[in-house]
Design a protein around this ligand. Structure first.
Ligand SMILES: Nc1ncnc2c1ncn2[C@@H]1O[C@H](COP(=O)(O)OP(=O)(O)OP(=O)(O)O)[C@@H](O)[C@H]1O
Length: 210
């Protein structure tokens, strides 16, 4: 059974359709890489899948509380240490062990450092380690390797493979090769919306991006 199924989906940003007619299914153990030129709508599609904004057409089927989203901002609490950040998220998502997450992204030596005193790549490693403590099966990742050095990209790829090996799944927007030939690739360019009409926004919808 698919962990995530998308049927004929259309998404919009700034009131304009970005892509439309997107369909795919994501089974346990599978990774899907979103490709396409800047501005095609990869971030918008991921945010829609994450439930952060409504779809303008089509259907998204997934189990409640299946999704963990890692966007451009790492969502860290700057005054809390690396360990405290992970504990905070573990508590929110139901108490998953943080030791494996510290290990996976090589954060042990930084465990007591406040998040505000981490470098950009270290912050990104912590933001990615957070995914592990959510215990959620579907990871939605927007440019996860930004700021990561080569070793950290390899750590991230290993963490992702382990997640898939446990029956998880992932949708990843990335311009780089993650060295995962087993991942399926969808190029969004052919799905660029042809209609340029302005989509109405639901009442109370906040266009601000996090
Ligand atoms: N703040 C904004 N208000 C209105 N439209 C925006 C805003 N930010 C981006 N857009 C437009 O929304 C469309 C989709 O952008 P999106 O960020 O989803 O693309 P992307 O494929 O993730 O791009 P990139 O590869 O550059 O990260 C683009 O045409 C973009 O110009």
């Amino acid at each position: 059974m698919s962990l995530l199924a998308v049927r004929d989906l259309a998404v919009a940003r700034g009131g304009l359709r970005a892509v439309e007619g997107v369909s795919f299914g994501l089974d346990p153990g599978r990774a899907l890489v979103l490709r396409g030129p800047n501005g095609i709508g990869k971030t918008t599609l991921l945010r829609t899948l994450a439930g952060l904004q409504p779809a303008v057409a089509g259907r998204i089927e997934t189990a409640p509380e299946a999704i963990a989203y890692a966007g451009h901002s790492d969502g860290l609490k700057p005054a809390l240490s690396v360990t405290e950040n992970l504990r905070f998220w573990a508590e929110i998502f139901g108490g998953h062990d943080i030791a494996a997450a510290l290990e996976a992204m090589n954060l042990r030596e930084l465990a007591s450092r406040p998040a505000h005193a981490l470098s950009a790549g270290q912050k990104r490693r912590l933001g990615l380690a957070r995914l592990m403590v959510t215990g959620r099966p579907v990871w939605l990742l927007d440019e996860p390797t930004v700021s990561l050095d080569r070793d950290s990209v390899a750590l991230f790829a290993a963490m992702l493979r382990a997640h898939l090996g446990r029956g998880g799944a992932a949708v990843i927007a990335t311009h780089i090769d993650l060295g995962m030939p087993e991942a399926e690739i969808i190029d969004l360019a052919p799905y660029r919306a042809t209609q340029t009409r302005r989509e109405s926004r639901p009442a109370g919808f906040n266009e601000a991006f996090g």
